[in-house]
Design a protein around this ligand. Structure first.
Ligand code: CO
Length: 134
């Protein structure tokens, strides 16, 4: 069911510093920071030949990544995003198998303008999984 790895998201306490590390130390091409107020994050996209890395910094009150950074102050891998062809079919299949879909269970429009859902980390080996309809 799942297809390509769309991105790996890394929560960071200091987006400017993390971006500089990817640009200067790792030699990556990075985007300008993009504020996503609906998602409570500011994002920098790093395009790699086979996937993307997204650096996430909390934005505003009640950012969904703040609790993660409180537990891991220096940052860390926050989620992985897999592509699916049909997000509603994927959701229904996962629910049938007992996996927990976070939030209302209805897809939201993600940072790339495409529908996304998140799956409970306890059902996926301690990893928060995002599904994106490619
Ligand atoms: Co993501």
């Amino acid at each position: 069911m799942i297809g390509r790895l769309n991105h790996v998201a890394i929560a960071v306490p200091d987006l400017e510093k993390a971006s500089a590390t990817y640009r200067d130390v790792l030699g990556a091409t990075i985007s300008a920071p993009q504020a996503e107020p609906d998602h409570g994050v500011t994002v920098v996209f790093i395009e790699l030949p086979n996937t993307k890395i997204e650096l996430l910094e909390p934005l505003g009150e009640n950012s969904p990544i703040q609790a993660f950074l409180d537990r891991s102050p220096s940052g860390g891998i926050h989620h992985v995003c897999y592509e699916v062809d049909d997000i509603l079919a994927a959701r229904d299949r996962l629910k049938e198998q007992g996996a927990r879909v976070l939030g209302s269970g209805e897809p939201k429009i993600g940072a790339h303008g495409k529908p996304v859902l998140f799956l409970h980390p306890k059902d996926f080996n301690g990893t928060l999984v995002e599904l994106e309809q490619a």
